[in-house]
Design a protein around this ligand. Structure first.
Ligand code: EPZ
Length: 421
């Protein structure tokens, strides 16, 4: 297993490129199943999770591939005439977002057999809302041997009121509804920019979706969808992570491309901490303050502060001039980075879903272990600031969601390298 070695100290300067959004690419790749022929997607980040989704599609009988050379951020998916609508446990257990093929398969082929995604480090993450939505559209759902089996001669439009806000639940049911007969109204939907981006792609394929990005999405079913060409929007969480890298290192970095309104809650908090953040050249520039101020944060669904930025902000607060209170409202176990940060001298006390972070004068480098995707990124951010050397092990977690993060940081002046296992 590779590890990443960071030597703290250098303030980061310069410009860094943000890759395409992982959490948009995954549902969009799955949506290729709804169209006939070959769809082409640009700016698809070269991540393990995207490779897994391509594998899932190939396992079903699609021809899904990433192009090479200068075209390597382009993926093509050819949906052939013989699709086996199944997603095996071996693949789904490595990436729970594989469950996003469920809606398209039932809508297009009338049946699907998809392994239940197990829990993961950050929580149980059930899919009851995905299944509730598909049932409301007429699918018959059975759970056998760890697999969800869904069948429907033809899905019928209906009303779904999600009991809680779920990003991939909204996406799965929206994809099922585009080929259902009649109108579907989804209420209490997730409003993330990635949900809007998926609806944009589906509408380009011929779907009739309105309201994506708000809590109520209306879909009028159509008979079929055509393939699509689309360029994926930039990853707001990677952009936010790079802004924090500038802030924690005392640097001045231009992160681009970045859509300011997609990052508003994060930018507001970084400004509150003393950073000067300004839109520039289609991106965001972050100038770090000499002294970071403490801020309080509660993660909530978009447009609130994103849970995927909680660990990164917590690290920043570890070296702020005062006490911050950070509450994690989305996942029940998303503080695993805290134990590792303790090893680096952080002063954090957990009380249920809340962490009280007391800023310390300095962090000390130490060997630490990544436990989940965003925790890995936060440990690297801590290493940028810590005195001495930090070895981050198990960086396969990082590779699921960040495209060569260590190279991007090195390009900004960080003393960081990856050591092959
Ligand atoms: C998406 O996961 C993202 N993944 C996650 O990003 C992100 O953290 C999360 O949304 C929240 O923003 C992708 O988009 C591929 P949820 P998702 O369904 O859809 C509970 C990353 O780091 N819930 O919005 O799985 C669930 O347990 C990843 O890039 C149910 O109870 O999250 C959680 O507590 C991590 N039943 C809460 O809702 C359901 O049927 C929100 O989950 C569905 C969800």
């Amino acid at each position: 297993m590779d590890k990443i070695i960071v030597k703290g100290g250098p303030a980061l300067h310069g410009e860094v490129k943000v890759s395409g959004a992982k959490n948009a690419a995954l549902p969009i790749l799955a949506s290729s199943l709804l169209g006939d022929g070959t769809s082409t997607y640009r700016n698809v980040p070269d991540l393990v999770d995207c490779a897994t989704m391509l594998k899932v599609l190939n396992t079903m009988g699609c021809e899904a591939e990433r192009l090479t050379g200068r075209q390597k951020s382009v993926c093509q998916v050819m949906v052939g005439p013989h699709i086996t609508p199944e997603a095996p446990y071996e693949l789904v257990k490595t990436m729970r977002a594989s469950v996003l093929v469920l809606g398209p398969l039932v809508a297009r082929y009338g049946r699907a057999r998809v392994s239940m995604p197990g829990g993961c480090a950050i929580g149980a993450r059930p899919i009851d809302q995905h299944l509730k939505g598909l049932k409301a559209l007429g699918a018959e759902i059975t759970l056998t041997e760890g697999y969800v089996e869904a069948r429907a001669k033809k899905l019928k439009g209906g009303t779904v009121n999600f009991d809680l806000i779920t990003v991939t639940g909204t996406e799965n049911v929206m994809m099922a509804a585009v080929l259902a007969k009649g109108r579907t109204v989804l209420e209490n939907c997730a409003r993330e920019p990635e949900v809007e981006e998926l609806a944009r792609v589906l509408n380009k394929m011929g779907a009739r979706i309105e309201g994506a990005g708000t809590s109520v999405i209306t879909i009028d079913g159509v008979d079929s969808l055509r393939p699509v060409e689309h360029t994926i929007l930039p990853d707001r969480i990677e952009a936010g992570t790079l802004l924090v890298a500038a802030a924690i290192s005392g640097g001045d970095v231009l992160v681009k491309p970045a859509v300011p309104e997609h990052l508003e809650p994060v930018v507001l908090k970084l400004r509150e901490a003393g950073c000067v953040i300004t839109p520039q050249e289609g991106g965001l520039r972050c100038k770090a303050p000499k002294i970071l101020q403490p801020v309080n944060v509660t993660t909530t669904e978009h447009p609130g502060f994103p849970t995927d930025m909680q660990a990164q902000l917590m690290v920043l607060m570890c070296v702020a001039n005062g006490t911050s209170v950070i509450s994690e409202n989305i996942f029940e176990n998303r503080f695993m980075h805290v134990a590792e940060l303790h090893r680096m001298g952080a002063d954090i006390t957990i009380q249920g879903p809340t962490a009280v972070v007391k800023g310390v004068k300095k962090l000390s480098g130490a060997p630490v272990m990544a436990t989940d995707l965003r925790a890995s990124a936060s440990l690297i951010l801590a290493g940028l600031r810590a005195e001495g050397r930090t070895d981050v092990a198990r960086v396969y977690h990082l590779d699921r969601g960040y495209e060569r993060l260590e190279r991007k940081l090195r390009g900004l002046g960080a003393d960081i390298r990856r050591v092959k296992a």
